[in-house]
Ligand binder design. Structure first.
Ligand code: TYD
Length: 207
């Protein structure tokens, strides 16, 4: 069985995390082995870097280097081995988030990000499908308000998320692996969109 690399993206508060359980159950019900993971993170080293990235102020190049260092460890130890075993890898965020947050959000040089992507992802490793949860920054902020203590990114002003959202839209327009999910709909409707997208691409497999 061929491995499948599926990523979930979107601004904070867009609701992607709440669908990962259902995705895992869906693929398992169809007989697939599933590796579920996240970025930054997914290995002990990358999770340590995640804590630093999400809690400490740092300059954009340092932040980008740490994000890609975490990604390198994650790819080598978790993502590539799982894909080689023919598993479905469900990853909560990947490199699109770096272009959206560090690039579009913080205005960091995307040429440097592309160079780092080449170094870190080699051949290059890209997701087979990316579910992009598209939600207006205002609605996302409402959903996040009071939900929990915001981390370094979640406490950014709504203008930051407007730039991040525009960054995602730009990435999505440039690659056919993106599926836009209208995240402003109800949870059930969002799930229906996800199922329809997987079915349309022949990714559901047989029962
Ligand atoms: P998130 O995925 O939203 O996890 P949680 O639901 O636990 O908050 O948090 C990760 C944060 O890291 C998110 O605000 C986006 C940010 N991030 C980047 O800035 N660059 C990256 O490359 C990645 C993967 C995430």
């Amino acid at each position: 069985m061929k491995g499948l690399f599926l990523t979930l993206e979107g601004i904070d508060g867009a609701g992607k995390s709440s669908h990962i359980d259902a995705l895992e159950a869906l693929f398992k019900a169809r007989g697939r082995q599933v590796t579920r993971t996240r970025e930054p993170g997914g290995t002990p080293i990358a999770e340590t870097l995640r804590t630093m990235i999400l809690t400490q102020p740092m300059d954009p190049l340092t932040e980008s280097l740490l994000v890609f260092a975490a990604r390198r460890d994650h790819i080598v130890r978790v993502i590539e081995p799982a894909l080689a075993r023919g598993e479905v890898v469900l990853c909560d965020r990947f490199t699109d988030a770096t272009f959206a947050y560090q690039g579009a959000g913080h205005g960091f040089d995307t040429a440097v990000l592309s160079a780092l992507e080449q170094w870190v992802q080699g051949r290059p490793l890209q997701p087979d499908i990316t579910l992009w949860f598209d939600l207006s920054p205002e609605l996302a902020a409402e959903r996040l308000a009071g939900a929990r203590l915001p981390d370094k990114f979640e406490s950014q002003p709504v203008e930051f998320f407007r730039r991040v959202a525009a960054g995602y839209a730009q990435r999505a327009a440039a690659a056919s692996r993106f599926v836009r999910i209208d995240a402003g709909q109800s949870r059930d409707q969002v799930w229906q969109q996800i199922e329809a997208a997987l079915a349309a691409r022949g990714l559901m497999g047989s029962r």
